[in-house]
Design a protein around this ligand. Sequence first.
Ligand code: CEZ
Length: 791
Amino acid sequence: ILDCQSQGAKYVLKSPTSLPNAGGFLWNQQMLIQANCRGYAIAQFMQPDAGKYVSGPALEAKTFMQPEQPYYANHPGRFFYIKDNATGELFSAPYEPVRAPLARFEFINEAHQISWLVECQQLRVTLCLRLPTETAIECWQFSVENLSDNARDISVYPYFPIGYRSWMNQSGQYNSELNAVVCRSIEPYQKVADYFKNQSLHELTFLACERSADSWETRQHEFEGEGGLHNPSAIQNTTLANGQANYCTPTAVMQFKLKLNQGQSEKLHFIFGPAKNSEQISKYKKQFLNNAEQTFAQLGEQYQAYLAQGEGVLQVSTPEPEFDAYVNHWMARQLYYHGDVNRLTTDPQTRNYLQDNMGMSYIKPTTTRDAFVRALSQQKSTGEMPDGILLTAGAELKYINQVPHTDHCVWLPICLQAYLDETGDYALLDSLLPFSDSEQLLSVSEHISLAMHWLDKSRDERGLSYINQGDWCDPMNMVGYQGKGVSVWLSLASAYALKLWTQILQEHLGTTKPEMVFFNQQAELMNQAVNQHCWADSWFARGITDAGRVFATQADKEGKIFLNPQSWAWLSGAADARQTGLMLTAIEQQLHTPYGVMMLAPGYTAMVEDIGRVTQKFPGTAENGSVYNHASAFYIYSLYHIGQADLAFEQLLKMLPKQQDMLQRGQLPLFIPNYYRGAYYQFPDEAGKSSQLFNTGTVAWYYRILLEQLFGVRGSKKGLIIKPQLPSHWNTATIQRRFRGALFTIEYQRMVGITEQQVFVDNSPVEAQCISDFSAGNHYQVTVNLPIGLQ
Ligand code: CEZ
């Protein structure tokens, strides 16, 4: 069902029904679209906050990109009906809404475009979706070829439903000057203040073609009629009724009558998207549809050039082709999406912003630098970091960012370390920045020290970190909302952050200052406090509630064990060797699944009022015990930290959908999703199913893990440190690593007769495992000899 071409640069899904929700995504600075194999689509664009330009048929909540998005008959999508005018036979491409049996189906995903090839009734239809790099517009190329021996007389009907957009005012009509269906809706509101806010919104959604339509329809109910979407009444007639939608759900349908001789083909080009007014549509039309064929070809090239800027620093060739395919063609792309457009929000959660930008260190480090400057300029003078970072003038903290979380400071040294390692830009630490509530200028390192002091102070009498209404886990909102509850994960993460920060300062200053000694002491005290109060026989508990209940221990029937406290105990150094053995066993027994490791188990089946919203999520979904890949990435990072390279690599592989488990995961290997269903022992049938959501902090960590740990090509102030932790069954691997402008081809090989790693650059041995003598612009051949069987 899935054809992998060009080593994974291209994936072709051959069935519209076996992975019905599988899709791909394209984005640019202004928009994002996720299109699935059957033709359904979800798109968002910036105005300047993310909004939609099409909706479902009923009032929709405004919300972020959802996991496991359900698709239904009237779900927004981009469809083409094709009717044989002689016989009346009908099918639709790519598959919905007619669902006619197809002679051939291909859903083709490449980095720069999504396309489909469909054959039915001896007609071959190809659809190709591209985006310009800077405009919120979808560019669709439709072509149809006559595969039969006869001349054909057909009608093509692009059907781009607009949906129920407003209870106040919505309409649609055909504009013959623009060859476009133009639908208008007024954003519903009641408060006067919103009238003024709504001025920036786009009222129009349009579908324009390079040539004029033979007929059109803009009323959804008239189009569907009694025939329904499988066989719309309007299509049963020879022409559409040219109807105008006056306060009813609008749609965009046109009819193009085409005559095709044997072997002949025809192309149509469409643009679809939001607009402020008809002048703008007219401008778009000139820009994209005059000379459409050539323009669309250029769009493909421009988009490829845009993606090339996000190429990253790593290409690999290993014994695992499916792993190589993701790493070489899709990993940097997914990361670049996060870092370049900030998940299409104007107020990213601080931890997401910092981690996504941590990943950008490998793609566009100047973006990471700017992100640190921006984030730290929004820090409060108490040292506390805000819940979200405002990216545009007029942006506000919304939704989850109005819920007080206590972990944001932790991410500063963790993410900064990756940036400093990659760039060596320690000068950043001396830049002077203000605060959100004070003009006083302090250096970046003073800002971060203040954040560390804030973490140190935000602890209770036992020395454990307050959780308030959440830490990394957003929906863990009721552990500490009364002001007393604490988080074990956050206590450990704080200890880790404090230690990392002293290491960074040490590297930067070259001496030890009293403040650094203090941070290290506090980190040790944090670890001790966790051990004293929250070690529960064989693993670390997750927290202590407002009422003093230690939770996530043997005593709990559900939510017995959480992954994050174990991973971070390894990172912070809280776990000794005896504990490590017990924790590894407990994780393996209770959390491992064939699809990766669950975030907690057993999944909660009922609300626990001293834990919160996480327990209300369906068991095995999202934070309630799914294979939550972001948490798995922390786990993997920590496994390498304690030298468990084989187990770590096994987990890295489990994050990727593979041929053998594709049906169960239901997803193409184009991205790592935020989760796969967990609750492996509770709901085994659903386990492994992908959320299809490509927004996730996982990718930045995946990238970091490959560089720092698996392939061991981590940067440092002095140069490139070579310290791989290859799985013991790999005998060879080769990578290309770009680093500070130089290119390194690194060949790893296992060798009999050696007991220690040996590194050679252009045949000369390297001292202290660190390549420091190199210059930008040059290409170096590196050989790394590794003893047999060593992880
Ligand atoms: O969002 C993520 C957050 O963006 O959940 C993570 C958190 O660390 C990330 O910062 C773990 O909680 O509110 C919710 O319940 C949702 O689960 C969101 O928090 C979740 C979505 O998956 C975002 O796309």
